[in-house]
Design a protein. Structure first.
Length: 270
């Protein structure tokens, strides 16, 4: 409830200016550890005072979106990508539904967001997953943040899917790998969509490569990205689970954002 008090000079003008400002939303795409490119882009947006009013994400983009919405800045995200023991999170423990349970990943997100539910975030947040039972895209805008991020990141055949009621949830990239459309529907006037997709042209060498390549071909053929600005920071294929590419992907993110920053500033200020 708003308190009633004395108005200060300029209050009305500031309120009108705030009301007139266009709302900016960012869609963080999936791509495993290539998600460090998101950090580089956030760095540039922060340095140029670009406001972010709402976020949505798929897979690693869901994690970045959730952490940002909970109060993490680019420096805190950069620390996580570079200092957290990612290899232990990716430790293989095969079962009938996947190679990696990713319990530690869920715990990490829950700890970093301080257990906040999606509806409790500092700015509006939506997380994209796919239900294998209904074959539909699932949008989380409330509930357990860590579990939603975990479901959104469950790469089929690699991470075990998440059972939630009648749903069996896997990585959202199958139906919406860069959810600019979701951000648009949230009410953003300007959508900045960040796609980490870069096709792998090498020959698959094992069964996981074959499965992932098949999914990649199937999904990329029909997915269109909704965005006023679409950033594609990854210039060529990088293994999405290779920790050695983290630093380079962040640099690419910065470089890409710097290339488009004038256009972004013009859109936000127009």
């Amino acid at each position: 409830m708003l308190g009633i008090g004395k108005k200060h000079p300029g209050d009305g003008k500031e309120a009108r200016q705030h009301k007139q400002r266009k709302k900016v939303g960012v869609a963080f795409g999936g791509g495993g550890l290539k998600g460090s490119a998101h950090v580089g882009i956030l760095k540039v947006l922060t340095e140029h005072n670009i406001p972010i009013d709402m976020v949505a994400g798929t897979s690693i983009g869901a994690a970045v979106a959730a952490l940002y919405a909970s109060g993490y800045d680019w420096k805190m995200l950069d620390f996580l990508f570079n200092e957290y023991d990612i290899d232990s999170t990716l430790k293989v423990r095969p079962n009938r539904k996947g190679l990696i349970p990713a319990d530690k990943y869920t715990d990490l997100i829950r700890t970093c967001t301080k257990g906040k539910r999606i509806e409790e975030m500092d700015i509006p947040l939506k997380i994209v997953a796919v239900d294998l039972m209904s074959r539909k895209k699932i949008l989380f805008d409330r509930g357990d943040t860590a579990l939603a991020v975990r479901a959104s990141s469950a790469i089929p055949g690699v991470f075990t899917p998440v059972k939630m009621g009648d749903m069996l949830l896997v990585d959202g990239y199958i139906l919406d790998n860069c959810p600019g459309d979701v951000v648009r529907a949230m009410g953003a006037d300007i959508v900045i969509a960040i796609s980490l997709y870069a096709p792998d042209m090498s020959e698959p060498t094992n069964i996981l490569d074959i499965v992932n390549r098949s999914l990649d071909i199937a999904t990329s053929s029909y997915q269109e990205i909704d965005g006023d600005i679409i950033l594609r920071p990854i210039p060529h294929h990088v293994d999405s689970l290779n920790t050695e590419g983290i630093a380079q992907c962040r640099i690419w993110g910065e470089e890409c954002a710097n290339q488009y920053i004038d256009e972004i500033i013009k859109l936000v200020g127009s």
